[in-house]
Ligand binder design. Structure first.
Ligand SMILES: C[C@H](NC(=O)[C@@H](N)CCCCN)C(=O)O
Length: 493
Protein backbone atom coordinates (compact mmCIF):
# COMPACT_ATOMS: atom_id res chain seq x y z
CA UNK A 1 0.00 0.00 0.00
CA UNK A 2 1.31 3.39 -0.81
CA UNK A 3 0.11 6.90 -1.16
CA UNK A 4 1.93 7.54 -4.41
CA UNK A 5 0.49 10.30 -6.53
CA UNK A 6 -0.48 10.17 -10.14
CA UNK A 7 1.04 12.60 -12.59
CA UNK A 8 -1.55 14.56 -14.55
CA UNK A 9 -2.20 13.49 -18.11
CA UNK A 10 -1.32 16.30 -20.52
CA UNK A 11 -3.03 14.53 -23.44
CA UNK A 12 -6.66 14.85 -22.31
CA UNK A 13 -9.01 12.51 -20.43
CA UNK A 14 -7.08 9.46 -19.29
CA UNK A 15 -8.57 6.01 -18.80
CA UNK A 16 -8.70 6.46 -15.02
CA UNK A 17 -10.94 9.52 -15.51
CA UNK A 18 -13.60 7.25 -17.00
CA UNK A 19 -15.73 5.73 -14.30
CA UNK A 20 -16.36 2.47 -16.17
CA UNK A 21 -12.65 2.02 -16.81
CA UNK A 22 -11.45 2.52 -13.24
CA UNK A 23 -14.22 0.29 -11.85
CA UNK A 24 -13.33 -2.35 -14.44
CA UNK A 25 -9.71 -2.13 -13.28
CA UNK A 26 -10.94 -2.53 -9.69
CA UNK A 27 -13.12 -5.51 -10.69
CA UNK A 28 -10.08 -7.25 -12.21
CA UNK A 29 -7.84 -6.55 -9.22
CA UNK A 30 -10.53 -7.41 -6.67
CA UNK A 31 -11.44 -10.64 -8.51
CA UNK A 32 -7.85 -11.85 -8.29
CA UNK A 33 -7.82 -11.05 -4.54
CA UNK A 34 -11.20 -12.75 -4.14
CA UNK A 35 -9.75 -15.97 -5.61
CA UNK A 36 -6.63 -15.60 -3.43
CA UNK A 37 -8.75 -15.34 -0.26
CA UNK A 38 -10.74 -18.39 -1.39
CA UNK A 39 -7.53 -20.38 -1.59
CA UNK A 40 -6.27 -19.14 1.80
CA UNK A 41 -9.14 -20.83 3.63
CA UNK A 42 -10.05 -23.65 1.27
CA UNK A 43 -8.97 -26.35 3.74
CA UNK A 44 -10.35 -24.60 6.85
CA UNK A 45 -13.76 -26.27 6.76
CA UNK A 46 -12.21 -29.68 5.96
CA UNK A 47 -10.21 -30.29 9.14
CA UNK A 48 -12.30 -33.35 10.05
CA UNK A 49 -11.85 -34.84 6.56
CA UNK A 50 -8.11 -34.08 6.58
CA UNK A 51 -7.80 -36.02 9.82
CA UNK A 52 -9.85 -38.93 8.48
CA UNK A 53 -8.39 -39.14 4.96
CA UNK A 54 -4.83 -37.82 5.40
CA UNK A 55 -4.13 -38.33 9.10
CA UNK A 56 -3.62 -34.65 9.96
CA UNK A 57 -4.23 -34.16 13.68
CA UNK A 58 -4.75 -30.57 14.98
CA UNK A 59 -0.99 -30.13 15.40
CA UNK A 60 -0.32 -31.10 11.76
CA UNK A 61 -3.20 -28.91 10.61
CA UNK A 62 -2.00 -26.00 12.78
CA UNK A 63 1.54 -26.26 11.37
CA UNK A 64 0.18 -26.38 7.82
CA UNK A 65 -2.15 -23.42 8.46
CA UNK A 66 0.66 -21.38 10.01
CA UNK A 67 3.05 -22.05 7.14
CA UNK A 68 1.53 -19.47 4.77
CA UNK A 69 3.41 -16.46 6.21
CA UNK A 70 6.66 -18.43 6.88
CA UNK A 71 8.72 -17.09 3.94
CA UNK A 72 7.24 -13.61 4.36
CA UNK A 73 8.33 -13.52 8.00
CA UNK A 74 11.61 -15.42 8.14
CA UNK A 75 12.98 -14.84 4.64
CA UNK A 76 11.64 -11.25 4.65
CA UNK A 77 9.81 -11.94 1.41
CA UNK A 78 7.25 -9.23 2.16
CA UNK A 79 10.03 -6.66 2.31
CA UNK A 80 11.42 -7.94 -1.01
CA UNK A 81 7.90 -7.80 -2.45
CA UNK A 82 7.75 -4.13 -1.47
CA UNK A 83 11.07 -3.48 -3.20
CA UNK A 84 9.94 -5.36 -6.35
CA UNK A 85 6.72 -3.33 -6.37
CA UNK A 86 8.62 -0.07 -5.97
CA UNK A 87 11.07 -0.94 -8.72
CA UNK A 88 8.85 -2.74 -11.24
CA UNK A 89 5.44 -1.16 -10.71
CA UNK A 90 1.91 -2.57 -10.38
CA UNK A 91 1.61 -4.36 -13.73
CA UNK A 92 4.68 -6.57 -13.42
CA UNK A 93 4.23 -7.29 -9.71
CA UNK A 94 0.55 -8.19 -10.11
CA UNK A 95 1.31 -10.81 -12.77
CA UNK A 96 4.30 -12.11 -10.79
CA UNK A 97 2.23 -12.45 -7.62
CA UNK A 98 -0.53 -14.24 -9.56
CA UNK A 99 1.98 -16.70 -11.01
CA UNK A 100 3.56 -17.35 -7.59
CA UNK A 101 0.10 -18.05 -6.12
CA UNK A 102 -0.68 -20.55 -8.91
CA UNK A 103 2.68 -22.31 -8.41
CA UNK A 104 2.29 -22.59 -4.63
CA UNK A 105 -1.38 -23.49 -4.86
CA UNK A 106 -0.69 -26.31 -7.34
CA UNK A 107 1.94 -27.83 -5.03
CA UNK A 108 -0.48 -27.58 -2.13
CA UNK A 109 -3.12 -29.35 -4.22
CA UNK A 110 -0.76 -32.17 -5.22
CA UNK A 111 0.14 -32.71 -1.56
CA UNK A 112 -3.45 -33.47 -0.54
CA UNK A 113 -4.27 -35.76 -3.49
CA UNK A 114 -4.47 -39.53 -3.10
CA UNK A 115 -1.83 -39.78 -5.86
CA UNK A 116 0.76 -38.08 -3.63
CA UNK A 117 0.19 -40.50 -0.74
CA UNK A 118 1.62 -43.39 -2.78
CA UNK A 119 4.46 -41.44 -4.39
CA UNK A 120 8.22 -41.53 -3.89
CA UNK A 121 8.07 -37.87 -2.78
CA UNK A 122 5.82 -38.93 0.10
CA UNK A 123 8.35 -41.57 1.16
CA UNK A 124 11.15 -38.99 0.93
CA UNK A 125 9.25 -36.42 2.98
CA UNK A 126 8.24 -39.00 5.59
CA UNK A 127 11.94 -39.69 6.16
CA UNK A 128 13.03 -36.05 6.01
CA UNK A 129 12.14 -32.67 7.51
CA UNK A 130 11.60 -34.36 10.87
CA UNK A 131 12.84 -31.42 12.90
CA UNK A 132 12.76 -31.57 16.69
CA UNK A 133 10.07 -29.61 18.50
CA UNK A 134 12.68 -27.30 20.03
CA UNK A 135 12.52 -23.53 20.59
CA UNK A 136 14.85 -22.89 17.66
CA UNK A 137 12.66 -24.81 15.23
CA UNK A 138 10.63 -21.95 13.80
CA UNK A 139 9.75 -23.92 10.66
CA UNK A 140 6.36 -25.57 10.31
CA UNK A 141 8.05 -28.99 10.11
CA UNK A 142 8.36 -31.41 13.04
CA UNK A 143 9.14 -35.07 13.61
CA UNK A 144 6.21 -37.29 12.70
CA UNK A 145 4.38 -34.64 10.63
CA UNK A 146 2.49 -36.40 7.82
CA UNK A 147 4.34 -36.13 4.48
CA UNK A 148 1.25 -34.64 2.83
CA UNK A 149 1.13 -31.87 5.47
CA UNK A 150 4.85 -31.16 4.91
CA UNK A 151 4.45 -30.74 1.14
CA UNK A 152 1.17 -28.84 1.56
CA UNK A 153 2.99 -26.47 3.94
CA UNK A 154 5.77 -25.89 1.36
CA UNK A 155 3.14 -25.11 -1.29
CA UNK A 156 1.19 -22.91 1.09
CA UNK A 157 4.25 -20.85 2.05
CA UNK A 158 5.02 -20.23 -1.65
CA UNK A 159 1.38 -19.29 -2.16
CA UNK A 160 1.64 -16.94 0.85
CA UNK A 161 4.47 -14.99 -0.81
CA UNK A 162 2.25 -14.42 -3.84
CA UNK A 163 -0.83 -13.56 -1.76
CA UNK A 164 0.85 -10.89 0.38
CA UNK A 165 2.64 -9.48 -2.67
CA UNK A 166 -0.73 -9.33 -4.42
CA UNK A 167 -2.19 -7.56 -1.35
CA UNK A 168 0.25 -4.64 -1.43
CA UNK A 169 0.13 -4.53 -5.25
CA UNK A 170 -3.65 -4.33 -5.43
CA UNK A 171 -3.69 -1.52 -2.86
CA UNK A 172 -1.18 0.42 -4.92
CA UNK A 173 -3.17 -0.31 -8.07
CA UNK A 174 -6.28 1.13 -6.41
CA UNK A 175 -4.33 4.26 -5.50
CA UNK A 176 -3.15 4.54 -9.11
CA UNK A 177 -6.68 4.46 -10.53
CA UNK A 178 -8.68 6.08 -7.74
CA UNK A 179 -6.47 8.74 -6.13
CA UNK A 180 -8.55 11.90 -5.88
CA UNK A 181 -11.73 9.96 -6.65
CA UNK A 182 -13.67 7.29 -4.75
CA UNK A 183 -10.50 5.74 -3.28
CA UNK A 184 -11.75 4.83 0.23
CA UNK A 185 -14.90 3.33 -1.24
CA UNK A 186 -12.85 1.35 -3.76
CA UNK A 187 -10.63 -0.04 -0.98
CA UNK A 188 -13.69 -0.89 1.10
CA UNK A 189 -15.29 -2.66 -1.84
CA UNK A 190 -12.08 -4.59 -2.53
CA UNK A 191 -11.89 -5.75 1.12
CA UNK A 192 -15.60 -6.62 1.10
CA UNK A 193 -15.17 -8.78 -2.02
CA UNK A 194 -12.25 -10.56 -0.34
CA UNK A 195 -14.49 -11.37 2.66
CA UNK A 196 -17.12 -12.83 0.33
CA UNK A 197 -14.37 -15.21 -0.84
CA UNK A 198 -14.13 -16.62 2.69
CA UNK A 199 -17.93 -16.93 2.87
CA UNK A 200 -17.96 -18.89 -0.39
CA UNK A 201 -15.30 -21.23 0.94
CA UNK A 202 -16.91 -22.14 4.25
CA UNK A 203 -20.10 -23.16 2.49
CA UNK A 204 -18.68 -24.39 -0.82
CA UNK A 205 -15.67 -26.47 0.23
CA UNK A 206 -17.55 -29.09 2.31
CA UNK A 207 -20.22 -29.39 -0.40
CA UNK A 208 -17.62 -29.97 -3.14
CA UNK A 209 -15.59 -32.36 -0.96
CA UNK A 210 -18.61 -34.47 -0.08
CA UNK A 211 -19.59 -35.28 -3.69
CA UNK A 212 -19.25 -39.09 -3.82
CA UNK A 213 -16.54 -40.34 -3.70
CA UNK A 214 -15.78 -38.00 -0.80
CA UNK A 215 -12.39 -36.42 -1.52
CA UNK A 216 -10.61 -33.73 0.45
CA UNK A 217 -8.44 -32.58 -2.47
CA UNK A 218 -11.36 -31.79 -4.82
CA UNK A 219 -12.14 -28.28 -3.43
CA UNK A 220 -8.42 -27.48 -3.58
CA UNK A 221 -8.40 -28.38 -7.31
CA UNK A 222 -11.27 -25.92 -7.91
CA UNK A 223 -9.46 -23.27 -5.89
CA UNK A 224 -6.32 -23.70 -8.01
CA UNK A 225 -8.48 -23.25 -11.09
CA UNK A 226 -9.75 -19.98 -9.61
CA UNK A 227 -6.15 -18.88 -8.94
CA UNK A 228 -5.45 -19.41 -12.65
CA UNK A 229 -8.49 -17.24 -13.48
CA UNK A 230 -7.08 -14.69 -11.00
CA UNK A 231 -3.77 -14.71 -12.90
CA UNK A 232 -5.72 -14.08 -16.11
CA UNK A 233 -7.46 -11.14 -14.36
CA UNK A 234 -4.06 -9.70 -13.41
CA UNK A 235 -2.78 -10.13 -16.99
CA UNK A 236 -5.92 -8.43 -18.36
CA UNK A 237 -5.47 -5.65 -15.81
CA UNK A 238 -1.89 -5.33 -17.13
CA UNK A 239 -3.25 -4.25 -20.54
CA UNK A 240 -5.37 -1.53 -18.93
CA UNK A 241 -2.45 -0.43 -16.78
CA UNK A 242 -0.19 -0.24 -19.84
CA UNK A 243 -2.78 1.86 -21.68
CA UNK A 244 -2.98 4.18 -18.68
CA UNK A 245 0.79 4.53 -18.61
CA UNK A 246 0.82 5.26 -22.35
CA UNK A 247 -1.62 8.10 -21.69
CA UNK A 248 1.00 9.71 -19.48
CA UNK A 249 -0.73 8.78 -16.22
CA UNK A 250 2.16 6.94 -14.64
CA UNK A 251 2.59 5.94 -11.05
CA UNK A 252 4.91 8.24 -9.30
CA UNK A 253 7.08 5.48 -7.88
CA UNK A 254 7.51 5.63 -4.12
CA UNK A 255 10.89 6.18 -2.62
CA UNK A 256 12.31 2.67 -2.74
CA UNK A 257 12.30 0.76 0.52
CA UNK A 258 15.45 1.78 2.40
CA UNK A 259 16.91 0.03 5.38
CA UNK A 260 17.31 3.34 7.21
CA UNK A 261 13.55 3.91 6.86
CA UNK A 262 13.05 0.88 9.09
CA UNK A 263 14.97 2.60 11.89
CA UNK A 264 12.97 5.83 11.50
CA UNK A 265 9.65 4.00 11.61
CA UNK A 266 10.62 1.65 14.42
CA UNK A 267 11.49 4.62 16.61
CA UNK A 268 7.91 5.92 16.46
CA UNK A 269 5.81 4.82 19.50
CA UNK A 270 2.63 5.31 17.46
CA UNK A 271 3.91 2.84 14.86
CA UNK A 272 4.31 0.18 17.54
CA UNK A 273 0.81 0.81 18.89
CA UNK A 274 -0.69 0.34 15.42
CA UNK A 275 1.51 -2.62 14.45
CA UNK A 276 0.90 -4.47 17.73
CA UNK A 277 -2.82 -3.74 17.65
CA UNK A 278 -2.87 -5.05 14.09
CA UNK A 279 -0.97 -8.26 14.86
CA UNK A 280 -3.02 -9.00 17.99
CA UNK A 281 -6.37 -8.30 16.37
CA UNK A 282 -5.68 -10.18 13.13
CA UNK A 283 -4.11 -13.11 15.06
CA UNK A 284 -7.49 -13.62 16.67
CA UNK A 285 -9.32 -13.41 13.34
CA UNK A 286 -7.49 -15.16 10.48
CA UNK A 287 -6.13 -18.06 12.60
CA UNK A 288 -9.57 -18.28 14.27
CA UNK A 289 -11.11 -18.73 10.82
CA UNK A 290 -8.94 -21.82 10.38
CA UNK A 291 -10.47 -23.48 13.47
CA UNK A 292 -13.95 -21.93 13.52
CA UNK A 293 -15.73 -24.64 11.55
CA UNK A 294 -14.31 -27.44 13.66
CA UNK A 295 -15.07 -25.44 16.82
CA UNK A 296 -18.71 -25.08 15.74
CA UNK A 297 -18.88 -28.76 14.77
CA UNK A 298 -17.60 -29.80 18.19
CA UNK A 299 -19.85 -27.41 20.13
CA UNK A 300 -23.05 -27.89 18.17
CA UNK A 301 -22.44 -31.44 16.92
CA UNK A 302 -22.96 -30.15 13.39
CA UNK A 303 -21.61 -31.54 10.14
CA UNK A 304 -18.92 -29.46 8.41
CA UNK A 305 -21.60 -28.36 5.91
CA UNK A 306 -23.98 -27.08 8.61
CA UNK A 307 -21.16 -25.45 10.60
CA UNK A 308 -20.07 -23.76 7.34
CA UNK A 309 -23.61 -22.40 6.90
CA UNK A 310 -23.48 -20.88 10.40
CA UNK A 311 -19.99 -19.43 9.96
CA UNK A 312 -20.87 -18.16 6.46
CA UNK A 313 -22.49 -15.10 8.08
CA UNK A 314 -19.18 -13.95 9.60
CA UNK A 315 -17.31 -12.91 6.44
CA UNK A 316 -20.55 -12.05 4.67
CA UNK A 317 -21.57 -9.66 7.48
CA UNK A 318 -18.12 -8.10 7.42
CA UNK A 319 -18.38 -7.73 3.64
CA UNK A 320 -21.75 -6.02 3.89
CA UNK A 321 -20.68 -3.52 6.55
CA UNK A 322 -17.06 -2.66 5.59
CA UNK A 323 -17.76 -0.22 2.71
CA UNK A 324 -20.32 1.67 4.85
CA UNK A 325 -17.87 1.97 7.74
CA UNK A 326 -15.18 3.15 5.34
CA UNK A 327 -17.59 5.80 4.10
CA UNK A 328 -18.43 6.69 7.73
CA UNK A 329 -14.75 7.10 8.54
CA UNK A 330 -14.28 9.33 5.48
CA UNK A 331 -17.20 11.49 6.52
CA UNK A 332 -17.23 11.50 10.32
CA UNK A 333 -13.89 10.08 11.51
CA UNK A 334 -13.77 8.30 14.92
CA UNK A 335 -11.06 5.89 13.75
CA UNK A 336 -9.60 5.20 17.23
CA UNK A 337 -13.06 4.71 18.73
CA UNK A 338 -13.91 2.26 15.95
CA UNK A 339 -10.75 0.25 16.75
CA UNK A 340 -11.67 0.11 20.45
CA UNK A 341 -15.26 -0.83 19.73
CA UNK A 342 -14.13 -3.54 17.29
CA UNK A 343 -11.78 -5.05 19.91
CA UNK A 344 -14.55 -5.05 22.57
CA UNK A 345 -16.93 -6.88 20.22
CA UNK A 346 -14.25 -9.44 19.41
CA UNK A 347 -13.56 -10.18 23.09
CA UNK A 348 -17.27 -10.65 23.79
CA UNK A 349 -17.66 -13.02 20.82
CA UNK A 350 -14.63 -15.18 21.61
CA UNK A 351 -15.72 -15.46 25.26
CA UNK A 352 -19.18 -16.47 24.05
CA UNK A 353 -17.60 -19.22 21.92
CA UNK A 354 -15.45 -20.25 24.89
CA UNK A 355 -18.14 -20.53 27.57
CA UNK A 356 -21.72 -19.83 26.50
CA UNK A 357 -21.89 -21.80 23.23
CA UNK A 358 -20.50 -25.07 24.72
CA UNK A 359 -22.78 -24.74 27.76
CA UNK A 360 -25.99 -23.90 25.89
CA UNK A 361 -25.29 -25.45 22.46
CA UNK A 362 -27.64 -22.72 21.28
CA UNK A 363 -27.65 -22.02 17.55
CA UNK A 364 -29.21 -18.59 18.16
CA UNK A 365 -26.43 -17.57 20.57
CA UNK A 366 -23.84 -18.89 18.10
CA UNK A 367 -25.39 -17.04 15.17
CA UNK A 368 -25.54 -13.80 17.18
CA UNK A 369 -21.88 -14.11 18.16
CA UNK A 370 -20.91 -14.84 14.55
CA UNK A 371 -22.81 -11.76 13.30
CA UNK A 372 -21.27 -9.52 15.99
CA UNK A 373 -17.78 -10.86 15.16
CA UNK A 374 -18.46 -9.96 11.52
CA UNK A 375 -19.26 -6.39 12.59
CA UNK A 376 -16.01 -6.30 14.59
CA UNK A 377 -14.11 -7.55 11.53
CA UNK A 378 -15.60 -4.66 9.54
CA UNK A 379 -14.88 -2.02 12.21
CA UNK A 380 -11.19 -2.72 12.73
CA UNK A 381 -9.94 -3.10 9.12
CA UNK A 382 -12.10 -0.18 7.93
CA UNK A 383 -10.52 2.04 10.60
CA UNK A 384 -7.01 0.61 10.77
CA UNK A 385 -5.69 0.73 7.21
CA UNK A 386 -6.89 4.24 6.27
CA UNK A 387 -5.55 5.55 9.62
CA UNK A 388 -1.93 4.64 8.93
CA UNK A 389 -1.29 7.60 6.57
CA UNK A 390 -2.42 9.94 9.39
CA UNK A 391 0.27 8.59 11.69
CA UNK A 392 3.31 8.08 9.50
CA UNK A 393 5.19 10.57 7.33
CA UNK A 394 3.92 10.22 3.76
CA UNK A 395 7.40 9.48 2.44
CA UNK A 396 7.65 6.44 4.71
CA UNK A 397 4.17 5.13 4.20
CA UNK A 398 5.07 2.31 1.76
CA UNK A 399 7.75 1.07 4.12
CA UNK A 400 5.41 1.45 7.10
CA UNK A 401 2.73 -0.70 5.45
CA UNK A 402 5.32 -3.33 4.51
CA UNK A 403 6.54 -3.40 8.14
CA UNK A 404 3.01 -3.57 9.59
CA UNK A 405 2.17 -6.45 7.21
CA UNK A 406 5.44 -8.14 8.21
CA UNK A 407 4.71 -7.86 11.95
CA UNK A 408 1.13 -8.97 11.32
CA UNK A 409 2.46 -12.02 9.44
CA UNK A 410 4.47 -13.07 12.53
CA UNK A 411 1.17 -13.46 14.39
CA UNK A 412 -0.53 -15.13 11.44
CA UNK A 413 2.41 -17.55 11.37
CA UNK A 414 2.55 -18.36 15.06
CA UNK A 415 -1.09 -18.46 16.10
CA UNK A 416 -2.43 -21.39 14.07
CA UNK A 417 0.40 -23.49 15.54
CA UNK A 418 -0.11 -22.14 19.07
CA UNK A 419 -3.84 -22.84 18.86
CA UNK A 420 -3.24 -26.36 17.43
CA UNK A 421 -0.90 -27.16 20.31
CA UNK A 422 -3.20 -25.56 22.93
CA UNK A 423 -6.11 -27.57 21.54
CA UNK A 424 -4.22 -30.84 21.86
CA UNK A 425 -2.84 -29.96 25.31
CA UNK A 426 -6.28 -28.98 26.63
CA UNK A 427 -7.88 -32.16 25.25
CA UNK A 428 -5.62 -34.97 26.51
CA UNK A 429 -6.41 -38.31 24.89
CA UNK A 430 -9.03 -36.91 22.48
CA UNK A 431 -8.55 -38.23 18.93
CA UNK A 432 -12.07 -37.85 17.54
CA UNK A 433 -12.07 -34.53 15.57
CA UNK A 434 -15.70 -33.96 16.63
CA UNK A 435 -14.92 -34.12 20.35
CA UNK A 436 -12.49 -31.28 20.97
CA UNK A 437 -13.24 -28.75 23.69
CA UNK A 438 -12.35 -25.29 22.36
CA UNK A 439 -12.69 -23.31 25.62
CA UNK A 440 -8.95 -22.78 26.21
CA UNK A 441 -8.08 -21.90 22.56
CA UNK A 442 -10.99 -19.43 22.49
CA UNK A 443 -9.69 -17.83 25.72
CA UNK A 444 -6.31 -17.41 23.99
CA UNK A 445 -8.06 -15.58 21.13
CA UNK A 446 -10.03 -13.47 23.65
CA UNK A 447 -6.82 -12.46 25.43
CA UNK A 448 -5.43 -11.21 22.11
CA UNK A 449 -8.57 -9.05 21.97
CA UNK A 450 -7.95 -7.72 25.49
CA UNK A 451 -4.37 -6.76 24.57
CA UNK A 452 -5.63 -5.14 21.34
CA UNK A 453 -8.22 -3.22 23.35
CA UNK A 454 -5.56 -1.83 25.72
CA UNK A 455 -3.51 -0.78 22.70
CA UNK A 456 -6.61 0.86 21.24
CA UNK A 457 -6.99 2.97 24.41
CA UNK A 458 -3.28 3.85 24.32
CA UNK A 459 -3.63 4.84 20.65
CA UNK A 460 -6.61 7.06 21.41
CA UNK A 461 -4.74 8.69 24.31
CA UNK A 462 -1.61 9.30 22.23
CA UNK A 463 -3.76 10.68 19.43
CA UNK A 464 -5.45 13.10 21.84
CA UNK A 465 -2.02 14.20 23.13
CA UNK A 466 -0.22 14.53 19.80
CA UNK A 467 -3.16 15.39 17.52
CA UNK A 468 -2.65 12.85 14.74
CA UNK A 469 -6.28 13.32 13.72
CA UNK A 470 -7.36 9.70 14.13
CA UNK A 471 -10.79 10.83 15.29
CA UNK A 472 -11.13 13.34 12.47
CA UNK A 473 -12.90 12.63 9.18
CA UNK A 474 -10.72 11.72 6.20
CA UNK A 475 -12.25 14.34 3.96
CA UNK A 476 -10.75 17.04 6.18
CA UNK A 477 -7.34 15.80 5.08
CA UNK A 478 -8.56 15.57 1.48
CA UNK A 479 -9.90 19.13 1.56
CA UNK A 480 -6.64 20.39 3.01
CA UNK A 481 -4.80 18.51 0.29
CA UNK A 482 -7.07 20.02 -2.37
CA UNK A 483 -6.42 23.48 -0.97
CA UNK A 484 -2.68 22.87 -1.15
CA UNK A 485 -2.94 21.58 -4.72
CA UNK A 486 -5.10 24.58 -5.64
CA UNK A 487 -2.59 26.98 -4.09
CA UNK A 488 0.30 25.25 -5.88
CA UNK A 489 -1.57 25.44 -9.19
CA UNK A 490 -2.31 29.19 -8.81
CA UNK A 491 1.35 29.78 -7.97
CA UNK A 492 2.36 27.91 -11.16
CA UNK A 493 -0.06 30.05 -13.19
C1 LIG B 1 -6.26 -5.65 4.12
C2 LIG B 1 -6.08 -6.77 5.09
N1 LIG B 1 -5.14 -7.73 4.59
C3 LIG B 1 -4.16 -8.19 5.34
O1 LIG B 1 -4.03 -7.83 6.48
C4 LIG B 1 -3.21 -9.19 4.77
N2 LIG B 1 -1.86 -8.86 5.12
C5 LIG B 1 -3.52 -10.53 5.40
C6 LIG B 1 -4.01 -11.48 4.44
C7 LIG B 1 -4.23 -12.80 5.16
C8 LIG B 1 -4.29 -13.89 4.23
N3 LIG B 1 -2.98 -14.19 3.72
C9 LIG B 1 -7.44 -7.41 5.36
O2 LIG B 1 -7.77 -8.40 4.72
O3 LIG B 1 -8.16 -6.88 6.21
Amino acid sequence: MTTSNIKANPLGAALCEKKWARWTALALLASAMFFAYIFVDILSPLQELLQEQRGWDPVAYGHFAGSEPFLNVFVFFLIFAGIILDKMGVRFTAVLSGAVMVAGGSLNYYAVTQGFQDSAVAVFLTENLNLPSAWWNVTPFYAGMPASAKLAAIGFMIFGCGAEMAGITVSRGIVKWFKGKEMALAMGVEMAIARVGVAVVVVGAPVIASIVPVEVSRPVAYAVLLLIIGLICFITYGFMDKKLDSQGVQEEKDDPFRVRDIGKILRLPIFWLVALLCVLYYSAIFPFQKYAINMLQCNLQFSAKDAGLVFFIFPLGAAAVTPFLGHYLDKYGKGATMLIFGAVLMILCHLTFAFIVPATQSVIVTLTAVVVLGISFALVPAALWPSVPKLIDEKLIGSAYALIFWIQNIGLYAFPMIIGSVLVASNPGVTDPMKYNYTVPMCVFASCGVAALLLGFALKALDAKKGYGLEKPNHVADDAEKELIGAAESMEE
